[in-house]
Design a protein. Structure first.
Length: 834
């Protein structure tokens, strides 16, 4: 019989209570929900509608975050005829998605309606390019502005809280709207209409708001912004430049519930660049794929990401938000090289001189011409003739200092680049930057052309200002007027300006010049410093053919001219005459001005210009005298250094390495210095022979060769002559440079007591390096010669420093030990062995 054992009633009741408590507790306990993350903005776009347009269309690409929302803000000014929105559509080419109205706010005026409206589309397709089109009930006369903004992490069930609108009662500059945000975590979006008669009507968003777009069309200034709520209300406000009618609409956006994660963006080093999203903490819904990008600042390069990005090597990549993450964009400072070359004879000083430079480093370059040369200017990544000059390192740089040989008698040379400028109408002065030349015997000329209109103006001063407060005045050479017309051209000169100096040419007039002024400056070198200029000449007329004749020339001058030609507009052009090299040709207001150069080849010369149309002209010209010819020092260079291991050095035909414009080669006297052991002879035909003091001499000497002309002027050059010490091979007993059976035969002969004193002490014969030269060494050498590989360094450089002489060394005059002796040939048939 089965018996049922019952638990006491009290225990059964207690157990039941416990079970019910657990069940009720599980049922009644609140569910654990992750705190809602904030709504995020994923880009925006906007477009304008012209006057009397009935729609506006603009390109837009949707966001790629999760829980997306698209809002479109529209503001329009109807003028006197009321118009409303018929539809707002997003068209991606495959489908047209209709947006729903959120709020439309109308201004107070019934006769001049103004509106601000917001439309929305929940969960638009992700990352989709298309167009937003806003269509109205008719033409909108006074301007439409519309924009679209993407949002992510939006509650897809209840995306929006209650919208609100506000409008001005009277015209003012302060659009304001306070809207309820009951959750305290909403993101508020607003769109504004602000009346304005021109684009000078501007608006700026209030504190805490982030502006999205801000555009103007016809009589409509419109803008949009957003602000994160932190309480139960948010006040959206704007400040306008001038009082006007305004309308403001706004709506709070609810964040989605669910899990969110923080993405922390960082940059290393902080000055290296920037990121998108910006540095700091950004919150995203779980599963969001965040596009991140790194942009290097100037002077830095992106080197990669640290942290969990999809591809650390790409500047633009993604991060998947499945946990809190930190990513760092890493940058490295760029290192730039500077290469300073020379053309001609001279050097370049680089300060500071470094292997590499950082972005923005300033480097000072100084060109140093050799004797008889002058600096002609920079090329490559530098231009002009400023010397010294500062170079800013914004990348790898290569510059060349160009040096020009100074040869008096070759004529006047242009020294660097000319400069020119135009002056504004009614200015009373004209200034422009200019860099002086670097050549010898310098001269600067300034040409000025000006049109006074009806009020005569003269030049008060022309000066060259440089440095902190240095100023050099220029001297008037010639002024030419167009008859009785108040139009002029003039030449000013400055003898021996500072070398390679950047400064400012300033021309000051007696009053405002009404109809334009043009000026330029040009440098010359090889100019006679005692009498730099000949007689200046001028001419004037009223036609298309400006010309001036110069007479009484020596035939070696360089002639400079400057032209004024009347011009009503830029189409009045002038062209320089035959064989003239134009320096500048500029126009301003009623003034066309130009300047040129021409070489004189006889006692007369004509400077001429041809104008497009006839007008008043004035032309001034002046001849520039070259530096008188004189005796020049010879120039010696490029005498080759020589290297020989055996024998003697090659003769040097010294005539091949000298240039003298004043004297024949036969008139030059050559001398030499610097040799202590080598023997130098210079023949009557100016051929230098360098000989060894003895056949065994080794070493290196640098010899200076000098050429002196009859006027005791000289130049010199160096050449180095080298004889290297011989290389001794282990096993090369006879010193002929190879190891073979002849060396073995010599060692056997010495070991047998046969006279081998000419080759003693025969250190290289001790191939087993046991301190003795004997038959064992000979056998090792024979094995080496037969192609075997003995366990010794046979055939390699290096011999024992000392050995015990073998018997054959004692028969002749050689010592028992000492330095290696020179080699002599020994033939295979000297000794015969049985």
């Amino acid at each position: 019989m089965n018996e049922r054992h019952h638990k006491p009633a009290a225990l059964r009741v207690l157990a039941l209570v416990l079970v019910l408590s657990l069940l009720l507790g599980a049922a009644l306990a609140p569910a654990t929900v992750a705190a809602a993350g904030p709504v995020t903005v994923e880009g925006y776009s906007s477009g304008l509608g012209a006057a009397n347009a009935s729609s506006v269309t603009f390109a837009h690409t949707t966001g790629n975050g999760v829980n997306r929302l698209l809002l479109v803000g529209v503001a329009w000014n109807c003028g006197s005829t009321d118009r409303t929105i018929s539809s707002v559509v997003f068209d991606d080419g495959d489908q047209q998605l209709m947006l729903g109205e959120v709020v439309t706010t109308k201004g107070d005026s019934t006769t001049a309606p103004r509106y601000a409206a917001i439309y929305h589309l929940v969960n638009p397709p992700a990352s989709t390019a298309g167009e937003v089109t806003v269509t109205f009930s008719g033409t909108v006369s006074n301007g439409i502005v519309a924009g679209a903004a993407n949002f992510a992490n939006v509650d897809q069930t209840t995306p929006l809280e209650q919208p609100a609108g506000a409008k001005s009662v009277t015209n003012n500059t302060a659009p304001t709207l306070t809207i309820a945000t009951p959750g305290g975590d909403e993101l508020v979006f607003d769109t504004l209409f602000m009346g304005g008669s021109s684009s000078s009507q501007t608006v700026s968003a209030g504190a805490g708001q982030t502006q999205l777009w801000n555009d103007f069309s016809v009589n409509n200034r419109s803008a949009a912004s957003y602000e994160q709520s932190t309480g139960d209300t948010v006040t959206m406000s704007w400040t306008a430049a001038t009082s006007a009618v305004w309308v403001l609409s706004a709506v709070p956006i609810n964040p989605a519930g669910g899990v969110t994660y923080d993405l922390t963006m960082a940059v290393s080093p902080g000055s290296g660049g920037s990121t998108t999203p910006t540095e700091g903490v950004h919150t995203y819904a779980e599963g969001t794929v965040v596009a991140v990008s790194a942009t290097a600042n100037p002077g830095f390069s992106f080197t990669g990401w640290s942290g969990p990005v999809a591809d650390p090597s790409l500047a633009a990549t993604t991060v998947t938000m499945d946990a809190d993450k930190t990513v760092t964009a890493n940058f490295a400072a760029d290192a730039y090289t500077l290469t300073a070359n020379t053309a001609g004879s001279g050097t370049v000083d680089v300060d500071p001189e470094q292997t590499t430079y950082a972005y923005g480093d300033e480097v000072t370059l100084t060109a140093n011409p050799a004797d008889g040369w002058f600096f002609g200017g920079w090329s490559g990544d530098l231009a002009g003739g400023e010397n010294p000059v500062d170079l800013i390192m914004h990348g790898d740089r290569t510059v060349t200092a160009n040096f020009v040989q100074w040869v008096p008698g070759v004529g006047v040379l242009v020294d660097g680049e000319p400069s020119s400028a135009t002056g504004a109408v009614n200015d009373s002065s004209l200034s422009f930057e200019h860099t002086t030349g670097n050549g010898p015997d310098r001269l600067m000329l300034v040409g000025v052309s000006w049109n006074c209109g009806s009020t005569a103006r003269t030049i008060s001063t022309v000066e060259f200002a440089y440095g902190v407060d240095s100023t050099m005045p220029l001297t008037l050479v010639k002024t030419e007027q167009t008859g009785t017309q108040l139009r002029y051209t003039a030449i000013y000169s400055l003898l021996a300006p500072p070398t390679g100096t950047r400064g400012t040419v300033r021309i000051n007039f007696s009053g405002a010049v009404s109809n334009g002024m043009v000026a330029g400056a040009v440098n010359f070198c090889n100019v006679d410093q005692a009498s730099p200029l000949g007689t200046a000449t001028g001419a004037n007329g009223n036609d298309t053919a400006a010309n001036v004749a110069l007479t009484g020339l020596d035939g070696d001058e360089l002639v400079f001219d400057v032209l004024f030609q009347g011009a009503t507009d830029v189409n009045q052009t002038v062209e320089a005459g035959p064989e003239q090299n134009q320096l500048w040709n500029n126009w301003v207001s009623n003034t066309r001005a130009a300047a040129s150069l021409k070489d004189a080849t006889g006692d007369t010369l004509t400077m001429s210009w041809t104008a497009d149309s006839g007008s008043y002209w004035a032309l001034a010209a002046v001849p520039i005298h070259p530096t008188p010819e004189g005796n020049l020092a010879p120039v010696v260079g490029d005498i080759p250094s020589q290297f020989t291991e055996v024998g003697s050095f090659a003769p040097i035909n010294l005539d091949d390495y000298v240039a003298d414009p004043d004297n024949d080669d036969s008139e030059l006297v050559w001398s030499y210095s610097g040799n202590t052991a080598l023997v130098v002879e210079i023949s009557a035909g100016r051929v230098a022979t360098v000989s060894l003091p003895n056949p065994d001499w080794t070493g290196e000497e640098t010899i200076t060769f000098r050429a002196t002309d009859p006027g005791a002027l000289y130049d010199e050059d160096e050449a180095t002559f080298t004889v290297p010490a011989p290389v001794y091979l282990l096993g090369d007993a006879n010193g002929d440079g190879v190891v073979n059976s002849s060396d073995a035969l010599l060692v056997l002969s010495c070991d047998a007591g046969i006279d081998t004193s000419d080759y003693c002490p025969m250190n290289c014969g001790d191939v087993d390096e046991n301190g003795m030269v004997d038959s064992t060494d000979a056998l090792i050498i024979l094995a080496y010669d037969a192609g075997l590989e003995p366990p010794f360094d046979v055939g390699l450089p290096g011999c024992p420093a000392s050995v015990t002489p073998c018997p054959g060394c004692s028969v002749g005059p050689a010592g028992a030990s000492g330095a290696l002796l020179p080699a002599a040939d020994i033939s295979d048939d000297v000794y015969h062995w049985q």
